[in-house]
Design a protein. Structure first.
Length: 321
């Protein structure tokens, strides 16, 4: 892989980040995590209270890359067929035809995903894992660039359901935004005072460029030592007394892919342990289920993950090959 190609493709992702910053104020680290997910094809889950900019962030990314955008507002009465589609009788053709659901887009915002029932949420599982949907025994492929950003309210909010473990495990990265600092909130008031900057945001990349970026991310080299390091991290979560459900092999794959994206954005052809340490909390925290002992000791997933990362020896002498 040519270093100049990596730099050129990484510049595309940086331009997307600069475009988002024209609309979304502050939270540079969270924007970076979102871009890690987007350029690696890992779906992203954002959990926070209403009104902090989750939807605005998703829309700014979609507008910046010019992908076919679809928004699904999850509500208690939403049905699986509304998402994946259904077969309907056509009197003209005298046969059943497939009517596409709301998920048939390149870029999908699943807004307030945990306000729908677990039955409806389960309709996303095949789409997120295989990039397809199956309706009445027939499989339909989703667009190549298919990407989901899901937002959810905290579980203690009225009308919110818990996301099933299998669904959480399909999200590659997760983070919270939190409230803006004072200066950022003042900037938000000024920026949105006269018009919505989303309406004038210009496209800075296209689907073809995104696919090339994702192909390049997967080509970032990972040594055997790096892969063993990832597996040891996952293994520690499975034996920790603070987790009743540890990392799955899928989580290990997501950790590798997110680390490849981190190396790529840093202009490197290979992963170093620092890449893994940077992305691990965002890859692992949302899918690890805390044990009763963790609750008794008031431990959070993030705290336990950090202790695991501090405990495992970091491999040295990695030079890319």
């Amino acid at each position: 892989m040519d270093q100049r190609d990596i730099s050129r493709r990484a510049d595309i992702v940086k331009k997307i980040g600069q475009s988002i910053a024209k609309v979304f104020v502050g939270k540079e680290n969270q924007v970076k995590i979102l871009l890690l997910g987007f350029c690696s094809g890992l779906h992203v889950l954002i959990e926070d209270v209403p009104g902090v900019g989750k939807t605005t962030l998703a829309k700014a990314l979609a507008a910046s890359v010019g992908l076919d955008f679809g928004r699904i507002q999850f509500t208690p009465d939403l049905l699986p067929g509304d998402i994946v589609g259904m077969t309907v009788w056509s009197p003209e053709k005298r046969q059943f035809l497939y009517k596409e659901g709301a998920i048939m887009h390149q870029f999908v915002l699943a807004d307030e995903i945990n306000r729908a029932s677990p039955r409806t949420q389960s309709s996303l599982l095949e789409a997120m894992q295989e990039g397809s949907v199956t309706v009445d025994g027939k499989t339909y492929n989703l667009p190549e660039t298919f990407f989901i950003i899901a937002t959810q309210n905290p579980e203690n909010f009225i009308g919110a359901f818990s996301l099933p473990e299998g669904e959480l495990d399909r999200f590659g990265l997760s983070f919270s935004l939190g409230y803006p600092v004072e200066e950022d909130e003042v900037a938000i008031l000024s920026r949105f005072q006269e018009h919505n900057p989303l309406n004038t945001l210009k496209q800075v990349a296209d689907a073809g460029e995104i696919l090339k970026v994702r192909e390049m991310v997967r080509g970032i080299f990972a040594s055997i030592d790096v892969k063993r390091y990832i597996v040891r991290i996952s293994g520690e979560t499975r034996t920790s007394k603070y987790f009743k459900l540890g990392s799955s092999p899928r989580a290990s794959q997501h950790l590798l892919l997110a680390s490849q994206a981190e190396a790529f954005l840093n202009g490197r052809e290979f992963i170093i342990p620092e890449d893994i340490l940077e992305v691990a909390p965002y890859v692992l925290a949302h899918r690890l289920i805390l044990s009763a002992e963790a609750g008794m000791e008031n431990k959070s997933s993030g705290e336990v993950i950090q202790k695991i990362l501090d405990k495992i020896p970091i491999p040295t002498g990695l030079d890319g090959r």
